[in-house]
Design a protein around this ligand. Structure first.
Ligand SMILES: C[S@@+](CC[C@H](N)C(=O)[O-])C[C@H]1O[C@@H](n2cnc3c(N)ncnc32)[C@H](O)[C@@H]1O
Length: 290
Protein backbone atom coordinates (compact mmCIF):
# COMPACT_ATOMS: atom_id res chain seq x y z
CA UNK A 1 0.00 0.00 0.00
CA UNK A 2 1.34 3.43 -0.86
CA UNK A 3 1.79 6.07 1.87
CA UNK A 4 -0.92 8.10 0.13
CA UNK A 5 -3.42 5.21 0.37
CA UNK A 6 -2.56 4.74 4.05
CA UNK A 7 -3.17 8.44 4.59
CA UNK A 8 -6.60 8.23 2.92
CA UNK A 9 -7.66 5.18 4.93
CA UNK A 10 -6.32 6.50 8.24
CA UNK A 11 -7.98 9.88 7.55
CA UNK A 12 -11.33 8.25 6.85
CA UNK A 13 -11.13 6.17 10.02
CA UNK A 14 -10.11 9.12 12.17
CA UNK A 15 -12.90 11.37 10.89
CA UNK A 16 -15.48 8.59 10.72
CA UNK A 17 -14.95 6.78 14.02
CA UNK A 18 -12.14 8.49 15.93
CA UNK A 19 -9.79 5.55 15.41
CA UNK A 20 -6.21 6.76 15.64
CA UNK A 21 -4.22 4.41 13.44
CA UNK A 22 -0.40 4.51 13.61
CA UNK A 23 1.67 3.92 10.48
CA UNK A 24 2.83 0.62 12.04
CA UNK A 25 -0.71 -0.77 11.77
CA UNK A 26 -0.72 -1.50 8.03
CA UNK A 27 -1.07 -5.23 8.83
CA UNK A 28 -4.34 -4.45 10.65
CA UNK A 29 -5.74 -2.73 7.57
CA UNK A 30 -4.70 -5.69 5.45
CA UNK A 31 -6.31 -8.31 7.66
CA UNK A 32 -9.50 -6.48 8.63
CA UNK A 33 -10.25 -4.96 5.26
CA UNK A 34 -9.87 -8.22 3.31
CA UNK A 35 -13.62 -8.99 3.64
CA UNK A 36 -14.47 -5.45 2.44
CA UNK A 37 -12.26 -5.96 -0.62
CA UNK A 38 -14.05 -9.25 -1.34
CA UNK A 39 -17.52 -7.77 -0.79
CA UNK A 40 -16.88 -4.90 -3.21
CA UNK A 41 -14.81 -6.93 -5.63
CA UNK A 42 -11.73 -4.77 -5.22
CA UNK A 43 -8.22 -6.22 -5.60
CA UNK A 44 -5.99 -4.07 -3.43
CA UNK A 45 -6.03 -1.57 -0.59
CA UNK A 46 -4.70 1.06 -3.03
CA UNK A 47 -7.73 0.48 -5.28
CA UNK A 48 -9.99 0.64 -2.21
CA UNK A 49 -8.42 3.92 -1.06
CA UNK A 50 -9.00 5.38 -4.53
CA UNK A 51 -12.73 4.57 -4.23
CA UNK A 52 -13.24 6.26 -0.86
CA UNK A 53 -14.90 9.63 -0.48
CA UNK A 54 -14.07 11.82 2.52
CA UNK A 55 -16.57 11.58 5.37
CA UNK A 56 -17.81 14.32 7.69
CA UNK A 57 -16.64 14.17 11.31
CA UNK A 58 -18.80 11.81 13.34
CA UNK A 59 -21.24 11.00 10.54
CA UNK A 60 -22.59 7.56 9.63
CA UNK A 61 -21.65 7.65 5.94
CA UNK A 62 -23.18 4.41 4.66
CA UNK A 63 -21.79 2.59 1.59
CA UNK A 64 -18.24 1.39 1.27
CA UNK A 65 -16.97 4.05 3.69
CA UNK A 66 -19.22 2.65 6.45
CA UNK A 67 -18.03 -0.87 5.59
CA UNK A 68 -14.42 0.24 6.07
CA UNK A 69 -15.20 1.96 9.38
CA UNK A 70 -17.13 -1.04 10.73
CA UNK A 71 -14.51 -3.54 9.62
CA UNK A 72 -11.88 -1.68 11.62
CA UNK A 73 -13.84 -1.64 14.89
CA UNK A 74 -12.86 -4.07 17.63
CA UNK A 75 -16.06 -5.58 18.99
CA UNK A 76 -14.66 -7.75 21.75
CA UNK A 77 -17.02 -7.82 24.72
CA UNK A 78 -18.25 -10.18 27.38
CA UNK A 79 -20.84 -10.38 30.13
CA UNK A 80 -19.92 -8.60 33.39
CA UNK A 81 -16.56 -7.65 31.89
CA UNK A 82 -14.06 -6.85 34.67
CA UNK A 83 -16.87 -7.43 37.20
CA UNK A 84 -15.91 -4.48 39.50
CA UNK A 85 -17.83 -1.75 37.61
CA UNK A 86 -20.96 -3.92 37.71
CA UNK A 87 -20.51 -4.61 41.42
CA UNK A 88 -20.09 -0.88 41.99
CA UNK A 89 -23.19 -0.08 39.96
CA UNK A 90 -25.32 -2.64 41.79
CA UNK A 91 -24.12 -2.00 45.33
CA UNK A 92 -23.30 1.72 45.32
CA UNK A 93 -24.41 3.78 42.33
CA UNK A 94 -27.87 2.26 41.88
CA UNK A 95 -28.99 2.62 45.54
CA UNK A 96 -27.64 6.21 45.59
CA UNK A 97 -29.34 7.20 42.35
CA UNK A 98 -32.61 5.64 43.48
CA UNK A 99 -32.48 7.35 46.88
CA UNK A 100 -32.41 10.77 45.25
CA UNK A 101 -35.27 10.08 42.82
CA UNK A 102 -38.96 9.97 43.76
CA UNK A 103 -41.19 6.97 43.02
CA UNK A 104 -42.37 7.24 39.44
CA UNK A 105 -39.02 8.64 38.25
CA UNK A 106 -37.20 6.98 35.37
CA UNK A 107 -33.56 5.95 35.64
CA UNK A 108 -31.64 6.00 32.37
CA UNK A 109 -28.57 3.90 31.75
CA UNK A 110 -26.46 4.16 28.63
CA UNK A 111 -24.04 1.56 27.31
CA UNK A 112 -22.18 3.93 24.97
CA UNK A 113 -20.08 1.42 23.02
CA UNK A 114 -22.45 -1.51 23.37
CA UNK A 115 -20.93 -3.75 20.70
CA UNK A 116 -22.73 -7.11 20.69
CA UNK A 117 -24.82 -6.26 23.76
CA UNK A 118 -23.20 -8.12 26.65
CA UNK A 119 -22.64 -4.93 28.69
CA UNK A 120 -26.23 -3.68 28.29
CA UNK A 121 -27.68 -7.12 29.08
CA UNK A 122 -25.41 -7.45 32.14
CA UNK A 123 -26.95 -4.18 33.38
CA UNK A 124 -30.44 -5.49 32.59
CA UNK A 125 -29.69 -8.60 34.70
CA UNK A 126 -28.59 -6.39 37.60
CA UNK A 127 -31.75 -4.29 37.35
CA UNK A 128 -33.89 -7.40 37.12
CA UNK A 129 -32.28 -8.72 40.30
CA UNK A 130 -32.78 -5.33 41.99
CA UNK A 131 -36.50 -4.95 41.23
CA UNK A 132 -37.45 -4.84 44.90
CA UNK A 133 -35.13 -1.86 45.35
CA UNK A 134 -36.66 0.15 42.49
CA UNK A 135 -39.73 1.07 44.53
CA UNK A 136 -41.97 2.22 41.69
CA UNK A 137 -39.15 3.76 39.63
CA UNK A 138 -38.66 2.53 36.09
CA UNK A 139 -35.40 1.97 34.24
CA UNK A 140 -34.40 2.37 30.64
CA UNK A 141 -31.21 0.93 29.18
CA UNK A 142 -29.95 2.20 25.83
CA UNK A 143 -27.10 0.50 24.02
CA UNK A 144 -25.45 2.41 21.19
CA UNK A 145 -22.58 1.64 18.86
CA UNK A 146 -21.18 2.72 15.51
CA UNK A 147 -21.17 -0.86 14.22
CA UNK A 148 -24.50 -1.86 12.78
CA UNK A 149 -23.33 -5.44 12.47
CA UNK A 150 -22.50 -5.62 16.20
CA UNK A 151 -25.82 -3.98 17.06
CA UNK A 152 -27.64 -6.52 14.88
CA UNK A 153 -26.16 -9.27 17.01
CA UNK A 154 -27.00 -7.37 20.19
CA UNK A 155 -30.61 -7.06 19.11
CA UNK A 156 -30.81 -10.78 18.34
CA UNK A 157 -29.50 -11.63 21.79
CA UNK A 158 -28.09 -14.91 20.54
CA UNK A 159 -24.76 -16.00 22.03
CA UNK A 160 -22.41 -18.94 21.56
CA UNK A 161 -21.47 -21.40 24.29
CA UNK A 162 -18.06 -19.68 24.49
CA UNK A 163 -19.67 -16.26 24.95
CA UNK A 164 -21.97 -17.34 27.77
CA UNK A 165 -19.04 -19.04 29.51
CA UNK A 166 -17.12 -15.75 29.72
CA UNK A 167 -18.12 -13.88 32.87
CA UNK A 168 -21.79 -14.86 33.06
CA UNK A 169 -22.71 -16.39 36.45
CA UNK A 170 -24.37 -19.80 36.05
CA UNK A 171 -27.55 -18.72 37.86
CA UNK A 172 -28.02 -15.90 35.33
CA UNK A 173 -27.47 -18.29 32.43
CA UNK A 174 -30.15 -20.58 33.80
CA UNK A 175 -32.55 -17.74 34.59
CA UNK A 176 -32.22 -15.54 31.52
CA UNK A 177 -31.22 -17.76 28.58
CA UNK A 178 -32.66 -20.69 26.73
CA UNK A 179 -30.77 -23.08 24.50
CA UNK A 180 -31.39 -22.66 20.78
CA UNK A 181 -29.44 -25.27 18.82
CA UNK A 182 -25.79 -24.77 19.75
CA UNK A 183 -26.46 -21.23 20.96
CA UNK A 184 -28.15 -19.43 23.83
CA UNK A 185 -30.99 -16.93 23.36
CA UNK A 186 -31.49 -14.20 25.94
CA UNK A 187 -35.00 -13.95 27.40
CA UNK A 188 -37.64 -11.63 25.97
CA UNK A 189 -37.85 -9.96 29.37
CA UNK A 190 -34.23 -8.83 29.22
CA UNK A 191 -34.47 -7.99 25.54
CA UNK A 192 -37.47 -5.81 26.34
CA UNK A 193 -35.41 -3.87 28.88
CA UNK A 194 -32.77 -2.71 26.39
CA UNK A 195 -33.04 -0.60 23.26
CA UNK A 196 -30.18 -0.65 20.79
CA UNK A 197 -29.47 2.24 18.42
CA UNK A 198 -26.67 3.12 16.08
CA UNK A 199 -24.82 6.21 17.21
CA UNK A 200 -21.39 7.64 16.53
CA UNK A 201 -19.77 8.98 19.71
CA UNK A 202 -18.10 11.66 17.60
CA UNK A 203 -21.45 12.86 16.32
CA UNK A 204 -24.27 14.78 17.93
CA UNK A 205 -25.26 13.02 21.17
CA UNK A 206 -28.03 15.43 22.05
CA UNK A 207 -30.74 13.11 20.72
CA UNK A 208 -30.25 10.98 23.84
CA UNK A 209 -32.18 11.64 27.02
CA UNK A 210 -30.21 12.66 30.12
CA UNK A 211 -28.53 9.57 31.55
CA UNK A 212 -27.92 8.66 35.16
CA UNK A 213 -25.24 6.06 34.55
CA UNK A 214 -23.00 5.78 31.49
CA UNK A 215 -20.85 2.80 30.67
CA UNK A 216 -18.33 3.99 28.07
CA UNK A 217 -15.85 1.20 28.33
CA UNK A 218 -13.01 0.00 26.13
CA UNK A 219 -13.61 2.44 23.30
CA UNK A 220 -11.67 5.58 24.29
CA UNK A 221 -8.46 3.52 24.09
CA UNK A 222 -8.75 3.66 20.30
CA UNK A 223 -8.95 7.49 20.18
CA UNK A 224 -6.29 10.20 20.35
CA UNK A 225 -6.30 12.72 23.23
CA UNK A 226 -8.32 15.51 21.54
CA UNK A 227 -10.97 12.98 20.46
CA UNK A 228 -11.14 11.46 23.96
CA UNK A 229 -11.65 14.96 25.42
CA UNK A 230 -14.34 15.84 22.89
CA UNK A 231 -16.24 12.59 23.49
CA UNK A 232 -15.99 12.81 27.29
CA UNK A 233 -17.20 16.42 27.25
CA UNK A 234 -20.14 15.54 25.01
CA UNK A 235 -21.02 12.61 27.30
CA UNK A 236 -20.93 14.89 30.35
CA UNK A 237 -23.54 17.09 28.66
CA UNK A 238 -25.86 14.08 28.43
CA UNK A 239 -25.59 13.17 32.10
CA UNK A 240 -27.61 14.16 35.12
CA UNK A 241 -25.68 16.20 37.70
CA UNK A 242 -25.28 13.18 39.99
CA UNK A 243 -24.70 10.74 37.13
CA UNK A 244 -21.94 8.13 37.22
CA UNK A 245 -19.52 7.33 34.41
CA UNK A 246 -17.70 4.02 34.08
CA UNK A 247 -14.61 3.71 31.89
CA UNK A 248 -12.59 0.64 30.93
CA UNK A 249 -9.61 -0.62 32.94
CA UNK A 250 -7.06 1.07 30.62
CA UNK A 251 -8.97 4.34 30.35
CA UNK A 252 -8.95 7.53 32.41
CA UNK A 253 -10.03 11.17 32.30
CA UNK A 254 -6.81 12.27 34.00
CA UNK A 255 -4.84 14.68 31.86
CA UNK A 256 -7.62 14.68 29.27
CA UNK A 257 -10.52 16.72 30.66
CA UNK A 258 -11.70 18.13 33.96
CA UNK A 259 -15.44 17.65 33.34
CA UNK A 260 -15.27 14.41 35.33
CA UNK A 261 -13.67 13.64 38.69
CA UNK A 262 -12.61 10.18 39.80
CA UNK A 263 -14.66 8.80 42.68
CA UNK A 264 -12.36 8.45 45.68
CA UNK A 265 -11.00 4.93 46.01
CA UNK A 266 -12.94 3.64 42.98
CA UNK A 267 -10.96 2.72 39.89
CA UNK A 268 -12.70 3.56 36.61
CA UNK A 269 -15.68 5.30 38.27
CA UNK A 270 -16.22 9.01 37.66
CA UNK A 271 -18.74 11.66 38.53
CA UNK A 272 -19.39 15.02 36.95
CA UNK A 273 -17.11 17.68 38.40
CA UNK A 274 -18.80 20.13 40.77
CA UNK A 275 -20.59 22.60 38.45
CA UNK A 276 -19.40 25.58 40.55
CA UNK A 277 -15.83 24.73 39.56
CA UNK A 278 -16.75 25.19 35.93
CA UNK A 279 -19.20 28.08 36.33
CA UNK A 280 -18.38 31.39 34.72
CA UNK A 281 -17.28 34.12 37.21
CA UNK A 282 -20.70 35.76 36.80
CA UNK A 283 -22.51 32.52 37.69
CA UNK A 284 -20.24 32.01 40.71
CA UNK A 285 -20.88 35.55 41.91
CA UNK A 286 -24.63 35.04 41.55
CA UNK A 287 -24.43 31.76 43.46
CA UNK A 288 -22.60 33.50 46.32
CA UNK A 289 -25.32 36.17 46.68
CA UNK A 290 -28.13 33.57 47.02
C1 LIG B 1 -14.09 -3.26 22.47
S1 LIG B 1 -15.78 -2.87 22.19
C2 LIG B 1 -16.32 -2.48 23.84
C3 LIG B 1 -17.61 -3.15 24.18
C4 LIG B 1 -18.05 -2.98 25.63
N1 LIG B 1 -18.19 -1.59 25.98
C5 LIG B 1 -17.11 -3.66 26.57
O1 LIG B 1 -16.35 -3.00 27.27
O2 LIG B 1 -17.10 -4.90 26.61
C6 LIG B 1 -15.62 -1.24 21.45
C7 LIG B 1 -16.85 -0.82 20.70
O3 LIG B 1 -16.77 0.57 20.40
C8 LIG B 1 -17.41 0.79 19.16
N2 LIG B 1 -16.98 2.09 18.61
C9 LIG B 1 -15.78 2.41 18.10
N3 LIG B 1 -15.76 3.68 17.70
C10 LIG B 1 -16.99 4.19 17.97
C11 LIG B 1 -17.59 5.46 17.80
N4 LIG B 1 -16.94 6.48 17.24
N5 LIG B 1 -18.88 5.61 18.17
C12 LIG B 1 -19.58 4.58 18.73
N6 LIG B 1 -19.05 3.36 18.93
C13 LIG B 1 -17.77 3.16 18.56
C14 LIG B 1 -16.99 -0.40 18.33
O4 LIG B 1 -17.85 -0.62 17.24
C15 LIG B 1 -17.02 -1.53 19.36
O5 LIG B 1 -18.22 -2.24 19.30
Amino acid sequence: MTPKSFEILAGLLHAGSGLALGADKTYLLESRLAPVLRKHNIDTLDALAARLRPVGLGTMPGGIEQDVIEAMTTNESFFFRDDKPFQHFRAKALPQLLASRPPGAKLRIWSAAASTGQEAYSLAMILDASRAMLGGRSCEIVGTDISREALGRAQQGLYSQFEVQRGLPMQYLVKHFRKEGAQWRISDTLRGMVQFRSLNLLGDLRGLNQCDAVFCRNVLIYFDQPTKAKVLEAIAQQMSADGVLYLGGAETVLGITDVFTAQAGERGVYERSVPALRATPRQSALAETR
